[in-house]
Design a protein around this ligand. Structure first.
Ligand code: HEM
Length: 440
């Protein structure tokens, strides 16, 4: 029945492992690895899923073409959120062209502009802080990156006009995705009705903005402008339905991934005060000249970089990187048959002692892993993240400004900052409070 692949214990009749996977996905995948080794199979309510652990597995999965291991088929639950005809809801040749448009919007000259926007948002954000106080890092960075992302995406007009409504619509869209969506994307539920209503309203708002911008003949430096001007290979422009989908796709890919990375990095910096003097020296040097943060953010800041990279190793935001097997696929002597999913989980693989010495230890000066596919917070191969430079720029810009202006210390016992993965993205569980005080 399991074609020889070790099958994880604890399956329930009719449900398999779906309940355990949905309630504690990370613990479940660690258990699967400990029990069965680098290849294990489990059952998500009838959808057989094979978990693959380690750099060889990552490389094999990421290098296999979509025709055999399909990302689009695995992530069909995103189609109602982004909309038909966008990304995984589009024909593969259309999806690739849409991806190129997203890449266009993340080019170097645009990034300089986004860095200025981020700087402006961070300054406004900390203007509301007192000289000292307590913040919840999850909540604060979720809010801040919602502002930076909407600003870079939609421009200042919509960012300032829409903040509250956009936040609510986006929340309804996000609620349409849960771990269970991997196995049952069409589950009928109030959450899905709200998701569809939110998408429709967002399309109305974006359509209005696009038409207004076209009527006024203005050209902004944001992603919306990129989408408005992009054309497919046959010369066709994106429709307003597609532009809305591109906006939602960008938000989903970049918002929580970046905000949680910012939160974890600041938590880890505060948990490791032994590096603070060195970190501060590095950051203060950055502010010693008058260059804009846009340039600072792109510059090499080795210790802060090390903290960000190590946070992405220890607390990788995306942990269910999945493909649908379209044609039987061989890996290490096993045949994984068509119709199953294969999955890799950075949270499990990033803790392998063969790849990372003392893997549980947080070490911002850890040398890079020797295998190219050992560290995969941004995935790899055909679908490797296109937003990694933007994400790192954003985290660096936010944290260097904060650390230049404030001291941060723990407001809870160091071991009380825990991980949680209520939806598809790993985040700090609440409370996750830090104390801050303005530097003299
Ligand atoms: C720390 C932040 C981020 C992390 C950890 C992250 C992680 C990932 C991972 C693991 C994948 C591969 C998914 C797969 O193979 O199934 C991915 C893909 C992608 N990411 Fe990111 N991401 C981050 C930020 C961003 C940002 C800011 C953007 C947009 C500006 C973005 C846009 C994308 C896109 C468009 C893809 C799909 C690429 C494709 O299908 O070919 N990401 N990301």
């Amino acid at each position: 029945m399991s074609t020889g692949i070790p099958f994880v214990s604890g399956a329930k009749p009719g449900l398999g492992h779906v309940e355990e996977f949905n309630s504690t996905p990370l613990d479940f995948m660690h258990r699967a690895f400990e029990e069965c080794g680098e290849v294990s199979e489990f059952d998500l309510g009838g959808l057989r899923t094979v978990l693959l652990v380690g750099p060889d597995a990552h490389e094999a999965m990421f290098r296999t073409p979509d025709a055999q291991l399909s990302a689009a088929q695995a992530y069909q639950m995103m189609v109602p959120v982004f909309g038909e005809g966008i990304q995984y809801g589009a024909e593969p040749h259309i999806e690739r062209q849409q991806l190129k448009m997203q890449v266009q919007g993340l080019k170097h000259d645009r990034m300089l502009n986004y860095a200025q926007i981020i700087e402006q948002e961070v300054d406004e954000f900390i203007a509301a802080w007192e000289d000292s106080g307590v913040i919840d890092v999850y909540e604060q960075f979720t809010q801040l990156t919602l502002k930076t992302s909407t600003h870079c995406l939609l421009g200042k007009d919509l960012r300032f006009r829409l903040t509250d409504e956009f936040g609510e619509l986006y929340h309804d869209l996000e609620n349409g995705i849960a771990p269970s969506s991997l196995s049952n994307p069409e589950e009928d539920d109030e959450r899905f009705r709200r998701r569809d209503a939110a998408r429709q309203r967002l399309e109305e708002l974006i359509t209005e903005a696009v038409r207004d911008r076209r009527a006024r003949g203005v050209h902004e430096q944001d992603m919306l402008q990129v989408y408005m001007e992009s054309t497919y290979n046959d010369g066709r422009k994106l429709t307003e339905h597609e532009i809305t989908g591109m906006v939602i796709w960008f938000m989903f890919a970049g918002h929580h991934t970046s905000s949680n990375t910012t939160a974890w990095t600041l938590l880890e910096i505060s948990r490791h005060p032994e590096y603070l003097a060195e970190l501060r020296e590095e950051i203060d040097a950055l502010f010693a000249d008058d260059s804009a943060l846009s340039l600072k953010g792109l510059r090499d800041i080795p210790l802060l970089d090390g903290f960000i990279r190590e946070s992405l190793r220890v607390h990788p935001p995306l942990n269910t990187i999945t493909r649908r097997v379209m044609q039987d696929w061989q890996y290490k002597g096993y045949t994984i048959s068509a119709g199953k999913n294969v999955m890799v989980c950075p949270h499990v693989s990033h803790k392998l002692p063969e790849q990372f010495e003392n893997p549980e230890q947080f070490d911002p000066k850890r040398p890079p892993a020797s295998h190219l596919f050992a560290e995969i917070p941004f995935g790899g191969g055909h679908h490797k993240c296109i937003g990694n430079a933007f994400a790192i720029l954003q985290v660096k810009a936010i944290l260097s400004t904060l650390l230049h202006n404030y001291e941060f210390t723990l407001d809870q016992p160091a071991d009380s900052y825990l991980e949680s993965m209520p939806a598809l993205i790993l985040r700090p569980s609440e409370p996750c409070r830090l104390r801050y005080s303005r530097r003299s």
